[in-house]
Structures are given as structure tokens and as C-alpha cells.
Design a protein around this ligand. Sequence first.
Ligand code: PBG
Length: 326
Amino acid sequence: MSRFPTYRPRRLRRREALRRLVRETHVSATQLVQPLFVVPGTNVETPVASMPGVAQMSVDRIAEECQRLVDAGVGSVLLFGIPDTKDATGSGAVAPDGIIPRALAAIRRAAGDLVVITDVCLCEYTDHGHCGLLREGEVDNDPTLEVLAAEALAHARAGADIVAPSDMMDGRVGAIRRALDAAGFEHVPILAYAAKFASGFYGPFRDAAESTPAFGDRRGYQMDPANVEEALREVALDIDEGADMVMVKPALPYLDVIRRVKERFGYPLAAYQVSGEYAMIKAAAANGWIDEARAVEETLTAIRRAGADVIITYFAHDVARGLGRP
Ligand code: PBG
């Protein structure tokens, strides 16, 4: 390929209008999902210190925020609930009048058309902060499945559009699918956190969701960052068990995983630009070390270019509003 001077790639780069014409990858607000943290009470808006611009909000505030997101053109929200009280079995997760069912009711009234995804996990609801039930200090897989299925069912009954298990227990997609089908919710899709890595980039989220494990870490159930073949097996399992969409998480450090999952399975694929990815950009921008709008656009474009259809990102609202550009 030494066709210079016949071929000059710069010819199509001379103006933004030309660059736009031949651009291969696009990021649109309709493909973005804004995560939201719902807390008990009314009129509560508590900023998350490690995530500037993100706040925990009570149900009433969440409903207003959802209305604004719809107006801005954001496609969807992902709800994380922080319950009134936590206990060893995470009973707040399955309560029909729990924090997520209450939020769903309010969002439906305020922003009917929004696609509402709910996080299905126990770490926000357990007093020990692990994603499942404990036995002798270890997360016990199979008994946890029943609770996760009950949680997903409570969300579906309250009107969730999509349920998204993030716990990484083996067999949970199948357990949730069976529970939903048996109760007449065969139309509710599952977005499986299929390849979720035990990442150092979740720290700020654990402040926001108040879900830091009281002891140990999550390496016993989340994936080893070194493994991509295993990620493909995880995705295959979840699809086999009935996942409608699959996820790779985090996003930017795992672009190769995103690409391979997309190529291998061709399934609707979500990537989660997690709290630590958000915090890094925010912190560097606050110091004047990088241009926030450019860094956000570039990272989201890279994640889409790698093969993600949908991106879950704390920047969704900002992107929809044009990243503060006139
Ligand atoms: C837990 C859950 C986590 C995130 C989403 N769901 C944290 C964890 O596994 O500890 C992280 C999201 C983020 O960092 O933005 N069920």
C-alpha cells in the first residue's frame, strides 16, 4: 500500500464537514444509559464526593431527573437502590414496596416512555456488602439464586423494562428467566452482566451505592482481569440461559473483550463505563490536565468502535446536552 502521492488520506480530513461525512462510528444519546442511585426519603439529593456531578436522589427527585433525561434524549436509565435498612440476607431487595418498586412507580408517572433497567444484585441490600448470601464467610452460590430471582420478579411486577443481574453468581440468568416466565413475565428481557471483572475501577460506585464489602473482596465471584477466553465462556453461558443482551464491564480497559464478544456472538452488547473511569476523567479535567468534553467523546467513541451497541455511562446526561458546548 504505497500509493502516495495518488492516495492522500488527509484530503478527507481538511474540514469538519468532510470528516463527518466519512466518519465510521457514531455516539448517539439514544444508545446511552444513565445510572441513577435511589435513596429513601423525599427531597434528598446527596452528592457523591468521588463522582462530581453524580448524586444519590430520593424517589421524587429521581422522577424529575428522569423527565429531564427524556427531554434531553437519553435512551434509558439503570436504577440502583439503597434500601431503608440492610440485613444479612438483603431482604430489602425482594420487598414489593422496596426502594426500586417505589422508584419505578414514580418514574412511570413522570417519564412513561423511558426504558428503565433495574440492577439485580444483593450488595446494596446486605449489611456485609457482598453480592450474595454468606455461608462461613463465603458467598454461597445456589441459595443466592432464589433471592436474585425473587428480586428480579419484584422489579418486573413493579414495571421494570429490563432486569440486569450484576452479581456474577453461576446460573443466575437461568434462575431469573424461569422465575419471570413462571409468573407471566416472559416478555421482560434480561441484560446479563456477563463478563464483569473484579476491577479496581468500582471504588467510587461503592461510595454511591454504599456497597463496599465489609470484609474481603469480590474476586471469588467476579472475573480475573487477565482472562478473555473465560469471558467468552461466561457470555456463552448467559446466552444459553436466556440472556437477551450481554454486558462487558468495565469498558475502556476491556475494549478487546468487547470486540471479541461482539464478533463471536453478535448479540446486543452493552459496555459499562464504570465509576472509576468517570472519576479519572473528572479529576484530570478538574485539574485542567485534559479537556473533559474531548476525553468523554473519545472514550465513548472508542467503546462503540470496539463493538458496543449500548453504553452505560455517568456522562449520558452531559452528552445528551451537548457536553456543555454551545
Ligand atoms: C454491584 C455493582 C457494582 C457496579 C455495578 N453493580 C460494583 C461492584 O461490583 O462492586 C459498579 C459500577 C461502577 O463502578 O460504576 N452489583
